[in-house]
Design a protein around this ligand. Structure first.
Ligand SMILES: [Fe+2]
Length: 506
């Protein structure tokens, strides 16, 4: 029995004891306590039945898939959360597992395999965690020689021909065979950039070029990358900038790469122990967000703005409208509340109130006046913004996000509702997976029409009562009608982070 199963059992036993002692009122109270415990451990339960490989498993969709919708959805996320009784304390610590969902005919074929990073292989051999991670300090942690020593390759994917890259935030991508998900090795783009961080949210231009960055906490430096559509390194550059201590995502227009550098201080350890990365970070509410607008031609800072403090993990689309830049994002007042909530959810503990949940907003940057403003969008408690990437860098009207429905138990960490706004139509469509589901990021898959926002939305949801994960496909224009097709696996998957779809005819 692992820690999370023990937590669930202990909660149930405690509730049973109350019921036996308390008569019928006690039985009602015990049922309530058991239900509450189950809600608290809903998120953590997705990691409770770890296996190095899941599938291949074939299941049928409940209704016909749209014509021409064939391909593979790749997703990445933390999966291994415990070794030899030592639990990770934070979701982002978990060693990464890649899931592939192949849609062919009316069949879904699922395969999940761990990324055999150096860390994963060495710790598996040792039978214990050897290094402190993002949010967990490991006793007697080995020293870090390079960031890739603790690379867990657990955030996102970048499909590239016959390979899929498993992306982390602070180190190299890992190469996987796109069919078998076998780990092929660490990716190097050039000798000069070998081992430099390559972040997990690359942006794809309309001509297929790939832009990315990598930051080095405490260095006041960021690396910038431009890759050709087939993944060859065209340019790499270093920019000097303060506050590059934790940078997760960026935005892109036709002309610019835009970074929001948040007021997060980094304090390295001084006593020789290796703490968690998170414990070295602190939020400075008296500081500002620095917005860097970097010219794609020169890879130098063209404009700089200051804004009052906010925290954003994720950005949507961005575009230029006359002399203004508009950037979509999911922003929160600060980042420590969310970090605490993730730790509580990972350990199956009650989560604190959600008062600081992210909400959607546009940043509007006026290039001539130097004034930056926030404009709220109609999403609260929302994250994972997504748009029609055929129009990356141009104005888009459709914005997709995940949020919570009112009936989602407050003790359950996560999101359960797909929401799509259309600025042009001034409409907002929503569809909830229900109170017992935790829905993951949904992504836009273009349809046959070239019209912006017309296509499909595809994503997974974990039902913590049944223990099963399903994949659903929606018509992006009619989300409130519910999925057009759903396939449910006979098992649950660890709740993950980000994915990409590769169409068969791409
Ligand atoms: Fe992310």
């Amino acid at each position: 029995m692992n820690r999370r199963e023990a937590l669930t059992t202990m909660g149930a036993l405690g509730a049973m004891g109350t019921g036996i002692l308390g008569g019928q009122g006690g039985i009602a109270a015990s049922a309530h306590a058991a239900e509450q415990n189950r809600a608290q451990t809903a998120f953590a339960s997705s990691f409770a039945h770890f296996k190095e490989q899941l599938g291949p498993t074939k299941v049928s969709f409940d209704r016909p898939l749209p014509d021409q919708l064939e391909g593979v959805l790749y997703r990445n996320g933390p999966a291994l959360m415990e070794r030899s009784g030592t639990p990770y304390h934070h979701w982002f610590d978990g060693d990464g597992m890649i899931q592939s969902f192949r849609l062919q005919g009316q069949t879904l074929t699922h395969l999940g395999r761990m990324v055999n990073t150096t860390k994963y292989v060495e710790e598996k051999k040792a039978g214990e965690f050897l290094w402190s991670g993002f949010g967990t300090a490991i006793a007697n942690s080995k020293n870090l020689q390079r960031p890739d020593d603790i690379n867990v390759a657990n955030i996102s994917v970048l499909p590239m021909g016959e390979e899929v890259l498993a992306l982390w935030e602070a180190g190299s991508p890992w190469r996987l065979d796109a069919d078998t998900l076998e780990t092929l090795g660490r990716k190097t783009f050039s000798t000069e950039t070998d081992g430099l961080p390559f972040s997990a949210h690359p942006r794809i231009d309309r001509d297929g070029r790939i832009w990315n960055f990598g930051y080095m906490s405490g260095s006041n430096q960021m690396a910038l990358y431009e890759l050709s559509p087939d993944g060859k390194l065209k340019r790499a550059s270093i920019v000097q900038a303060a506050k590059t201590n934790m940078v997760h995502d960026f935005a892109m227009t036709d002309q610019y790469l835009i970074f929001a550098l948040m007021p997060i201080d980094f304090t390295p350890p001084t006593n020789g122990n290796i703490p968690s990365f998170l414990s070295m970070l602190s939020w400075d509410d008296a500081s500002s967000v620095d917005i860097l607008v970097i010219d794609k031609e020169t890879l130098t800072i063209a404009h700089k703005f200051e804004m009052p403090p906010f925290f954003a993990f994720h950005f949507g689309n961005a575009w230029q409208d006359g002399g203004q830049l508009r950037i979509e994002m999911a922003r929160a007042p600060e980042f420590e509340t969310l970090m605490t909530q993730i730790k509580q959810a990972t350990l199956g503990l009650p989560t604190t109130a959600d008062a600081h949940a992210p909400a959607a907003a546009d940043i509007v940057l006026d290039l001539s006046t130097g004034i930056a403003q926030l404009q709220d969008l109609p999403f609260t408690g929302a994250d994972f913004p997504c748009f029609d990437e055929r129009y990356a860098g141009e104005r888009t009207d459709t914005l997709v996000m995940m949020q919570r429905s009112d009936d989602m138990p407050s003790d359950v960490f996560g999101l359960n509702t797909l929401a799509v706004s259309n600025k042009r139509k001034d409409s907002l469509q929503m569809w909830s997976y229900g109170a017992s589901a935790i829905a993951e990021e949904h992504i836009f898959v273009p349809g046959l029409s070239a019209t912006e926002g017309e296509g499909w939305l595809m994503g997974t949801a974990y039902n913590w009562k049944s223990g099963h994960t399903s994949l659903s496909v929606f018509d992006a224009q009619h989300v409130s009608d519910g999925p057009v097709a759903t396939a449910t696996l006979p098992y649950g998957l660890p709740i993950g982070l980000h994915g990409k779809f590769v169409a068969s005819n791409a």
